[in-house]
Design a protein around this ligand. Structure first.
Ligand code: HEM
Length: 431
């Protein structure tokens, strides 16, 4: 029980403490077995080499209530089939169109900041959430959801808190009781559903292939036929949620880190000024913005939006001197591994120079895995890199952000790693 309480109160501290016991740490409570596996090769085994020994853990099975059987939560044959049907939406040639949406929406944010005026205070977490929601809405659904962003954001926060509560002991029971929180969660789900079913209905009605994801999902066929409305809803909901919250967090933490590290910020500005000289960035600029990418890589090292991955063992799993029993839960944690002093010198320090090709070559591949790996690797990884770099480039070439005095900075590990008290920052126009 103590374990459960501690895990509930300080998830990240607890995971790091577990890691201090060795590469494989075991914890047992009320007949449930938990393992934290914290060595690059062993992490690779779990995610890639021996992935067949695992299914997704309870956390994601709980998320199924919100996401249905979308890519993130489905298993086995269904997952394989859906992944094949959705994959074309992320092909390289589609990225050109998405990248225009990304840069355009970032420019709109810059214009809005201009209207707010030099020195205005904003909640950067909300700003980034609003922007990435608008991008995913437009790029994948050809829908303007920015107007609804505040409401969707609130519904999403409620829904995430609900999933989080369900993970705690007694959680499933509390969901069945008519508590205000469970009612709010249900209302949140209904609001999110309403938005998505509206988009599906519009597409079905227009019968036009708009080249967006929903049109594609509605038209997708394989030997088993097409997708039902519910399946399209589940995939759309999954991409909607998985596709903006994570990137928004990565960008928010990046703004925070830049505000605390002026030398690195200056170097970023230098690159942006040289390469862009004030114009809107495009997909073709990406290879010429290596430092911008290094800044994002380093931000996702310190604050990985997905901070841990859980898997349930389905067959006896031998690892070093142990055999992990079926039914046990195995965690691998980006947050813990990305701060492991064996691979990261002075690990608390924000240092984008860790991401030169030479420095990277000196580290094992799985000392860093923000997007996971193997058959369940993030389908939006390429999308997220392009989005992160273009948004940061478009905004940081004109604006600097500084923490509002007294703004507390703390981590809130819900499903993703959010800043607990938001991120109030003042905006300052450059040069
Ligand atoms: C910085 C941004 C992002 C991070 C750090 C991130 C991280 C991850 C991670 C770690 C997983 C694996 C979860 C697991 O195996 O339990 C995942 C899966 C997934 N991500 Fe992302 N993600 C990001 C952005 C995106 C974007 C932009 C999209 C879509 C537009 C997206 C869609 C998905 C989907 C659908 C899955 C499930 C894939 C499957 O199981 O087949 N993600 N993501």
């Amino acid at each position: 029980m103590q374990f459960v309480l501690r895990f509930g109160a300080d998830r990240l501290g607890f995971l790091r403490e577990m890691a201090s016991y060795g590469d494989i740490a075991h914890m047992q409570t009320r007949g449930l077995h938990f393992y934290l596996i914290n060595h690059p090769e062993l992490i690779q085994d779990v995610l890639v080499t021996h992935h067949r020994s695992f299914v997704k853990s309870r956390a994601l099975q709980v998320a199924r209530r919100l996401l249905g059987d979308g890519l993130l939560t489905s298993e086995g044959e269904l997952h394989l089939r859906q992944r094949r049907l959705v994959q074309p939406a992320f092909h390289r040639q589609r990225m050109a169109a998405y990248s225009q949406v990304m840069a355009h929406r970032a420019e709109q944010t810059a214009e809005r900041w201009q209207e707010l005026g030099n020195g205005a205070a904003v909640d950067m977490a909300q700003e980034m959430m609003r922007l990435t929601l608008a991008i995913v809405g437009k790029a994948l659904f050809d829908a303007d959801v920015e107007g609804e962003a505040a409401e969707i954001g609130q519904a999403l926060t409620e829904a995430l808190h609900a999933v989080n509560r369900l993970l705690l002991p007694g959680g499933e029971l509390s969901e069945k009781l008519p508590l205000p929180a469970s009612q709010r969660a249900e209302q949140a789900r209904q609001r999110l559903d309403a938005t998505i079913y509206r988009i599906i209905a519009q597409r079905r009605a227009s019968e036009e292939d708009r080249g967006d994801l929903v049109s594609m999902l509605l038209a997708a066929q394989d030997e088993q036929g097409g997708m039902s409305d519910v399946q399209v809803r589940d995939e759309a909901m999954t991409l909607f949620l998985a596709g903006h919250e994570t990137t928004a967090n990565a960008l928010t933490w990046t703004w925070y880190l830049l505000s605390q590290n002026p030398a690195e910020e200056r170097r970023l500005h230098k690159e942006l000024d040289q390469v862009l000289a004030g114009r809107t960035p495009t997909l073709d600029d990406l290879p010429n913005l290596p430092y911008t990418r290094m800044v994002l890589s380093e931000a996702m090292r310190l604050y990985p939006p997905a901070y841990a991955i859980g898997r349930q063992v389905v067959e006896p799993y031998p690892v070093r001197d142990y055999v992990i029993e079926p039914g046990a839960t195995v965690f691998v944690s980006q947050y813990v591994m990305h701060r492991d002093p064996r691979y990261w010198f002075d690990f608390e320090r924000f240092d984008p120079n860790r991401w030169t090709p030479e420095a990277q070559a000196r580290r094992p591949r799985f000392s860093y895995f923000p997007f996971s790996a193997g058959p369940r690797v993030c389908i939006g990884e390429g999308f997220a890199w392009t989005e992160g770099i273009l948004v940061l480039a478009a905004l940081a070439q004109r604006w600097q952000a500084r923490l509002v005095l007294g703004q507390p900075v703390a981590l809130e590990p819900l499903i993703t790693l959010r800043p607990k008290h938001g991120m109030r920052m003042t905006l300052h126009r450059r040069g």
